[in-house]
Design a protein around this ligand. Structure first.
Ligand code: 8GT
Length: 150
């Protein structure tokens, strides 16, 4: 568990000065046989629309991270994922929410990619070409770079 908090857009007001609930988010790092990873753009109508991230979304009541990731990737990009490998976590304080990101690696899935929310997608290698990258996604790129350098 990584207890450090990444504060994003610190100059923007938070909704509530008191304790904010932590929203758990399951995030999938899909890695293909050529060691590329999938980035998708946030759809219109969501906060930080147009920013690039790894696909995923919030846990619903009663779900664990793996269940949420399976549901979200089916709903958002149309694939059925195989084994889920829990990897890292990050706590990110956005103006709109305090989120705990549960990053999981996924190496196998079935079904063709289908961007069901009108997102763009890109199979990427480091350094990534997509801009802008969501702040909460940047640490993952750094971890992947460190892994490659090891
Ligand atoms: N999917 C995803 N979300 C991320 C990443 N990094 C990151 O900070 N987040 C944050 O995690 C939260 C995910 O919320 P979301 O809006 O995508 O989730 P969702 O699909 O359940 O949305 P919904 O509210 O429309 O149901 C957002 O606050 C988003 O800014 C990432 O790499 N992938």
């Amino acid at each position: 568990m990584n207890d450090r908090v990444l504060v994003v857009d610190a100059d923007r007001q938070r909704g509530d000065s008191g304790d904010r609930p932590v929203v758990d988010v399951a995030v999938g790092i899909l890695i293909d046989s050529a060691s590329r990873f999938l980035l998708t753009s946030r759809p219109e109508g969501k906060v930080y629309a147009g920013y690039w991230e790894f696909p995923g979304g919030k846990l619903e009541a009663g779900e664990d991270v793996e269940q949420a990731l399976r549901r979200e990737l089916q709903e958002e990009i149309g694939v059925t994922i195989g084994a889920v490998h829990a990897w890292r976590e990050a706590l990110v304080d956005y103006p709109h929410a305090l989120v705990r990101l549960h990053f999981c690696k996924v190496f196998d899935w079935t079904g063709a990619l289908h961007m069901r929310e009108g997102q763009q997608f890109s199979w990427e290698r480091l350094p990534v070409c997509c801009r802008p990258v969501l702040a909460g996604t940047v640490p993952v790129l750094e971890w992947l770079a460190a892994e490659q350098a090891a």
